[in-house]
Design a protein around this ligand. Structure first.
Ligand code: HSE
Length: 332
C-alpha cells in the first residue's frame, strides 16, 4: 500500500483536529483509497499546544527547515492561520517539492497568484477546499461549473460564526455577546473574532471565489465590506415582522462587460428564500452558471470536525491528482 507522509503546520483548533482525524480515520482512509496517511512532522512553537495535542514529541519541530528535511514527506497541511508567515511557508513548502493543503483563507486570498504560481511551477498541488465553506465540498463543484459555464453570480453565507450569532439572536433571543462566546467555545470563530464579525473572513473567502471566477487576483480590499457588529436585536425583530431574517451575505455579480461587483454585508432575506433557513454554523452558497443555472451547496461551514474532514479529502486528492488539481490561474 502507498504510504503518504504528512506534516501539519500549526496545532490550533484545526491543526489538532487534523492530527486526531489522521489517527482515527487512518484505517478507513487506507481501505477506501489505498493510501496510508502517516503523520511525520508537526511545526508548532507553543510547548503548551504541542503537549496538549498528545503526539509523539519526536515529530514536533519548532522551525520549518526541520520539517522540510523530514524523510518520506509528501504533503504539508498549513493551518497556521493569518497572513504571515503562513503565505511564505506555503511557497517554501511548494518550492521544496511538497503538495500543500491549506485552510488559510487570509494568506491565500492576499497571495493567490504567488501561491498558485509556485505550486504550478513546482508541479505540485495546492489544495484549499477547507478555506471556503469549511466542511462543504464547494470548490470541487465550483471548479466543475467554472470549467464549462460563464458564472454570472455567486451569493451566500460563507461565515459560520456570524451565521451562528445571527441565528441564536433570532431563534433563542441570545445576546450578541453570549452568542459570540458560544461560537468561540465551539471552535467556529477565528483566534481574533473581529475577523468574523467585521466581515473580513467572509471577504477573504469571496476574494478566493472571485479570483477563480475571473482568472485574475481579486484582493479582499476590493470587496465592499460591512460586518454584523452593528446589527441589533431590534433589527432582528424588525426583520421577523417583515417576514424574514438578517444574514451576512457575500455576493459577486458579473456584468456583461466583465466587471465584478463584490460585497459582504448584512441583508434582509425573506423567509421564502432558501438562505433564510440556513442556521447555526451552516454555510450555503448559490452559484449561477449560464448553462447549469443555479446550484446551491450547503453544510457546516465552520468547526474542527467538518474542516478536518475536508482537509483529509484534500490530502488524498493532492496525492491522486497532483498539479492537475490546481486552478488554471491566471486564465490563459
Ligand atoms: N471562522 C470561520 C467561520 C471558520 O466562522 O466561518 C471557517 O472558515
Amino acid at each position: 500500500m502507498q504510504r503518504v507522509g504528512v506534516a501539519i503546520l500549526g496545532l490550533g483548533t484545526i491543526g489538532s483536529a487534523v492530527a486526531q482525524a489522521l489517527a482515527v480515520q487512518h484505517d478507513l482512509i487506507a481501505e477506501r483509497t489505498g493510501l496510508q496517511l502517516v503523520l511525520r512532522a508537526v511545526f508548532e512553537r507553543s510547548a503548551e499546544r504541542a503537549t496538549r495535542a498528545d503526539l509523539d514529541p519526536d515529530i514536533i519541530a519548532t522551525d520549518l527547515a526541520t520539517v522540510l528535511t523530514e524523510d518520506g514527506l509528501d504533503v504539508v497541511v498549513e493551518v497556521l492561520g493569518r497572513e504571515q508567515p503562513a503565505a511564505d511557508y506555503m511557497v517554501r513548502c511548494l518550492d521544496a517539492g511538497f503538495h500543500v493543503v491549506t485552510a488559510n483563507k487570509e494568506a491565500l486570498s492576499k497571495h493567490f497568484t504567488e501561491i498558485v504560481t509556485a505550486a504550478t511551477n513546482a508541479e505540485r498541488a495546492i489544495m484549499f477546499e477547507a478555506s471556503v465553506g469549511g466542511g462543504v465540498p464547494l470548490l470541487v463543484s465550483y471548479r466543475q461549473i467554472l470549467a464549462t459555464n460563464r458564472v454570472t453570480r455567486l451569493r451566500g453565507i460563507v461565515n459560520g460564526t456570524t451565521n451562528y450569532i445571527l441565528s441564536q439572536m433570532a431563534s433563542a433571543g441570545t445576546s450578541y455577546t453570549d452568542a459570540l462566546a458560544e461560537a468561540q467555545r465551539l471552535g467556529y470563530a477565528e483566534p481574533d473574532p473581529t475577523g468574523d464579525v467585521e466581515g473580513f473572513d467572509a471577504a477573504y473567502k469571496l476574494a478566493i471565489l472571485a479570483s477563480m471566477l475571473s482568472g485574475r487576483h481579486v484582493h479582499p480590499d476590493e470587496i465592499q465590506r460591512t460586518g454584523i457588529s452593528g446589527v441589533t436585536s431590534q433589527d432582528i425583530d424588525g426583520a421577523r415582522h417583515r417576514g424574514g431574517v438578517i444574514k451576512l451575505i457575500a455576493r459577486a455579480e458579473l456584468d456583461d462587460g466583465g466587471a465584478l461587483a463584490l460585497s459582504v454585508a448584512p441583508e434582509f432575506v425573506p423567509n421564502d428564500e432558501l438562505l433564510a433557513h440556513v442556521h447555526a454554523n451552516y454555510n450555503a452558497i448559490e452559484v449561477v452558471g449560464d448553462r447549469v443555472g443555479p446550484v446551491v451547496l450547503s453544510g457546516q461551514g465552520a468547526g474542527p470536525l467538518p474542516t478536518a474532514s475536508v482537509i483529509l479529502s484534500d490530502i488524498v486528492e493532492a496525492v491522486r491528482t497532483g498539479v492537475a488539481a490546481n486552478p488554471a490561474f491566471p486564465h490563459g
